[in-house]
Design a protein around this ligand. Structure first.
Ligand SMILES: [Zn+2]
Length: 236
């Protein structure tokens, strides 16, 4: 009986806090750390911080220009923006993801199912259109990023001089992302796009061959597999 009672009490309390929290959020009193570009006023209400809001706008603008999280954080560190604050790519990423900049508050983690979005609870810094555009940009940037990071010829190239398997290397630079292959023995480097150019006709042939296999041979193989399963069932 006692446990049931205290359980009930706990539920009532949490219900009350939930209600209180809901009301607080709806009136612009956001819980947690104040995001960049905002501050708390005397009533603990989240309001725009005129001294930092332009940084947020600039970050969104740079991102929409196609700059990566890393490039943006590098720029801000170089200019000592809000120094001694150290900008990281993840800091920028969190800003771009944060719905607060278009005025909404998101409760719960963005990948869990239990998220709740309170719309128009604070004054926006970024327009809805611009925020949504940034999310599209995210897909674009991510696609080109993953494409850049794939070594097409991983473990497939032999050094022209000594025939050893060549190793893959990224340029590491922030401006141009070239992939290199190098032979540690001969100390030679080859740029991936140059190799691709040299091997273009060969690659095209391979792709054509691959497509032919998929089109003509795989269906036959799939058929055979089915027949096998049928036989197996019969025997059983
Ligand atoms: Zn070599």
């Amino acid at each position: 009986m006692l446990t049931v009672l205290s359980q009930l009490e706990i539920e009532i309390v949490s219900e009350r806090t939930k209600f209180g929290l809901n009301g607080a959020i709806k009136s612009g009193h956001l819980p947690g750390i104040v995001p960049l570009g905002y501050k708390k006023d005397n009533n603990k209400k989240t309001v725009i911080d005129e001294t930092t809001k332009d940084i947020v706008i600039r970050i969104f603008n740079m991102y929409l220009e196609g700059k990566s999280y890393q490039q943006i954080s590098n720029t801000l560190n170089k200019e000592k923006v809000l120094a001694p604050k150290h900008w990281r790519d993840t800091t920028i990423m969190k800003i771009i993801y944060n719905k607060v900049y278009m005025g909404d508050y998101e409760k719960g983690k963005s990948n869990s199912k239990n998220t709740l979005v309170y719309m128009n609870v604070v004054e926006p810094i970024i327009s809805r259109a611009m925020w949504n555009e940034a999310q599209h940009q995210k897909d674009k940037n991510q696609r080109s990023y993953t494409r850049d990071r794939v070594y097409i010829f991983f473990q497939k190239l032999k050094c022209p001089k000594c025939r050893r398997i060549m190793k893959c290397k990224g340029s590491g630079g922030t401006k141009k992302k070239y992939m290199y292959y190098n032979c540690e023995h001969c100390k030679t480097y080859y740029r991936e796009d140059k190799i691709e150019e040299c091997l273009q006709s060969f690659i095209l042939e391979l792709v054509e061959y691959d497509m032919a296999v998929k089109k003509y041979f795989l269906p036959i193989l799939a058929d055979k597999k089915e027949t096998k399963t049928e036989n197996f069932t019969l025997i059983k």
